[in-house]
Design a protein around this ligand. Structure first.
Ligand SMILES: [Zn+2]
Length: 273
């Protein structure tokens, strides 16, 4: 029924100068999170097969803020299904008002032109949710989420997904009520996968699959299938397939349950949620 799909990584930092072949050799589909429009512009000529370069504006990087221009951002957004590393950072040097203004502008753009949006919320979880709620932007994936139980419940009500890495306790999310089909894997390479003895490389999320499998009482293979279905449902719901590299488009297509498929009839509804 299902062809083997590679591991997924929804948030990794990769040098835009790295050779495409090196990325293909990772054996994974990786969403590469640039931190600024300038960094993203270094990737727009690339023709990677299995890497999706995201347009970013890291709330912890002062230069990204100084550089921010909504018109330029809107234009660059047309080139990618993925907005990476936007949000708020309570520990950043840039004042929270400036961060808020920029994040609000990006969320407005993402409401008009939906994208998968990887959101940073370090020490600013509640305020990030306020802005997400205010904008109504779809496609939000909270990256390395550390909100309280009440905040996590609120994030679920707002329709957010969560990308989890090996440095996180996915049990905490499950106990707060996050269902399996709201989870996606990430490495946050190199920050999130520095510990442990697995390979410290983008795309290596086998440990996340394992941890989620244990937490939800299913196999790692079932977890990966679900991660792909979740991503495929998200891409379909936001009408983003055409912005993915062709091989990834085929994988998204393969991940979608067909009429007559056995098992998991509920996930067929995903695109509509
Ligand atoms: Zn990051």
């Amino acid at each position: 029924m299902s062809r083997e799909l590679p591991p997924l990584d929804l948030h990794a930092h990769i040098d835009p100068g790295v050779a495409p072949r090196e990325l293909e050799q990772l054996g994974a589909v990786v969403f590469a999170a640039t931190r600024s429009a300038t960094e993203f512009e270094r990737t727009t000529h690339r023709t990677d097969q299995v890497t999706i370069w995201g347009l970013g504006c890291h709330p912890g990087v002062a230069a990204a803020h100084a550089d921010f221009d909504a018109e330029r951002f809107a234009e660059l957004m047309q080139k990618t299904p993925f907005i990476s590393e936007v949000g708020l950072d309570g520990g950043a040097r840039t004042d929270i008002e400036t961060q808020t203004e920029i994040f609000r502008a990006i969320l407005t753009l993402a409401t008009q032109t939906p994208r998968i949006v990887s959101v940073h919320s370090k020490r600013a979880t509640s305020r990030v949710l306020d802005l997400i709620e205010e904008s109504g932007a779809p496609g939000i994936v909270l990256h390395w989420w550390m909100g309280s139980q009440a905040e996590t419940e609120r994030a679920i009500r707002l329709g957010c997904l969560f990308s989890v890495n090996k440095s996180m306790d996915c049990g905490r999310l499950r106990r707060a009520g996050v269902p399996l089909d709201r989870l996606l894997p990430e490495t946050d390479h190199p920050a999130g996968n520095g510990r442990g003895d697995g390979p410290k490389q983008p795309g290596w999320t086998l440990d996340v699959e394992q941890a989620v499998a244990v937490e939800f009482g299913i196999t790692p293979a079932e977890v990966r299938t679900q991660f792909w279905r979740t991503l495929a449902g998200l891409a379909l719901g936001l009408n983003l397939d055409g912005l993915f590299p062709r091989p990834v488009r085929a994988m998204l297509d393969a991940a979608r349950p067909r009429a007559g498929d056995t098992g998991s009839p509920a996930v067929g509804q995903e695109g509509q949620t």
